[in-house]
Design a protein around this ligand. Structure first.
Ligand code: PEP
Ligand code: MG
Length: 325
């Protein structure tokens, strides 16, 4: 099986009816990027930068970050690189900043909320990303966005970062695309408004499922309730993708569900053209993809939207796994 999958590394990710899907990798380090490229990744759809911050004992300096982003660009040789700004808080902690003790950390001080609050730290990261942007094809991704105001506040800091680089005579990509994670139900609900503020969406199903269902993704006691195949989740996905399509911005999926081959008909049915996943899922998903059709996905999606329970959804998807679907 490994061998069969390995033979797919250089095979194009195209459905039987000719729809090309870009299969990219989620990475947290340069080592993971090397693995991802060996598995045929077409780029990086999500660079989780938390590890850069977790390794040391103090905030990583602009130069240190820049070096990491630049090496990623060099390895990618022009393939796209989506860098997500720091998404700390919730379950991810840093030794050197004392985040407040919170009753509900995942509803608390995390992601973009911290970046907007600690503008200097945020600006340092943005400057490092901007400086690396002349070495490749970089986009900036903002985590945990729940309102238009947050996008505006983040963009203010980005403008400040650009101004300082300009004044220092340092080159960067002026038109660097900015996108947001759609992982909070509020963002999915106002996706049509947010689509007018940014260049792309990346759907984070891990947090989206957690927040839509009010099920803590880390709590084992209720892990049976953590169910991506839920009608409410499906509707949120549809809302988000359709808003992106209506406003002509691109939309990818980077949560775990993107790496679940069983979910493929959902993406094909909705018209999603980019998936980003852990490198070890890439070939598995590609194998399923080249045996699928967009047409089959569309038919499946119509049926899925009628399902009232997760069990019905999963049964449909399971039955649909016959080749040719
Ligand atoms: C997500 O929430 O789906 C996601 C990709 O981000 P993370 O898992 O890093 O929270
Ligand atoms: Mg998330």
């Amino acid at each position: 099986n490994r061998e069969r999958l390995n033979s797919l590394v250089d095979v194009p990710a195209v459905t039987k009816d000719g729809i090309a899907i870009s299969l990219s990798a989620n990475i947290a380090s340069i080592q993971e990027l090397e693995q991802a490229l060996k598995h045929g990744a077409k780029g990086v759809g999500l660079f989780r930068t938390e590890m850069l911050y977790m390794d040391g004992h103090t905030w990583p300096k602009e130069d240190e970050q820049f070096e990491v982003y630049r090496s990623a660009c060099e390895l990618l040789q022009g393939k796209p690189l989506i860098i997500r700004t720091l998404d700390i808080g919730g379950d991810k902690q840093l030794d050197y900043i004392s985040l407040p003790e919170e009753e509900n950390p995942v509803l608390g001080y995390r992601g973009i909320r911290i970046s907007i609050d600690r503008r200097d730290m945020f600006k340092t990261q943005l400057k490092a990303i901007l400086r690396a942007s002349v070495f490749g094809s970089i986009k900036i991704l903002l985590p945990m966005i729940s309102s238009v105001e947050e996008v505006h506040k983040a963009r203010e800091v980005l403008e400040l970062a650009k101004r300082e680089l300009r004044e220092a005579g340092r080159p960067f990509q002026e038109l660097i695309p900015v996108g947001i994670m759609i992982e909070v139900p509020a963002a999915a609900t106002i996706a049509d408004m947010l689509a007018q503020e940014v260049q792309f969406f990346s759907i984070g199903t891990n947090d989206l499922v957690q927040y839509v269902l009010a099920v803590d993704r880390m709590n084992e006691k209720i892990s049976h309730l953590y169910e991506p195949y839920h009608p409410a989740v499906l509707r949120m996905l549809k809302l988000t993708v359709e808003a992106a399509q209506r406003h002509g911005i691109s939309v990818s999926v980077c949560g775990e569900l993107a790496g679940d081959a069983d979910a493929l008909p959902i993406w094909l049915g909705l018209g999603v053209r980019e998936l980003s996943m852990a490198f070890h899922s890439l070939l598995n998903v590609k194998e399923r993809l080249i045996g699928s059709t967009e047409e089959g996905g569309k038919r499946m999606m119509e049926e899925l939207l009628k399902c009232r329970t997760s069990a019905e959804m999963k049964e449909l998807l399971h039955d649909g796994r016959r080749p040719g679907q």
